[in-house]
Unconditional design. Structure first.
Length: 135
């Protein structure tokens, strides 16, 4: 039963993190709609838009990734009752963030922010979600 709890915790944690990213992207596009020519199939338009996008819009992305890693790791650690389950969910969300950064052109400061803050968010989420040990 403990293995099932860990597996479910990790999967639910990852799903919660992905949900936070989807919600953050939806809100970001609602408040700062990109021009119609910016589509995933047009990397040049994305690259140009990233150079001229409002700073608040760009700041929203690493904040969303960090919150998603926190929520995912917290949920995984809480459900699985193991800190390392939160770390696994956080690592999966960090890998997804890295894939996003590789596939879609972003400014370099966003790469640096993601490398620093996403793992930190996952670590804190796992720490807070894990059960306290009795001493």
């Amino acid at each position: 039963m403990a293995v099932l709890r860990v597996v479910l915790g990790v999967l639910i944690g990852i799903a919660a993190g992905v949900g936070v990213v989807m919600l953050g992207d939806m809100l970001n596009h609602l408040f700062f709609p990109p021009p119609p020519e910016v589509q995933v199939t047009n990397p040049e338009a994305i690259r140009d838009y990233m150079q001229t996008a409002p700073m608040l819009s760009l700041l929203g992305l690493p904040v969303t990734w960090t919150v998603a890693a926190f929520v995912g790791a917290f949920a995984a650690a809480k459900i699985a009752a193991r800190r390392w389950a939160g770390w696994i969910a956080g690592c999966a969300l960090f890998a997804a963030t890295g894939l996003n950064l590789v596939l879609i052109p972003h400014p370099s400061w966003m790469l640096i922010a993601a490398i620093i803050f996403v793992p930190a968010g996952a670590w804190f989420g796992a720490q807070l979600g894990a059960p306290r040990t009795q001493t």
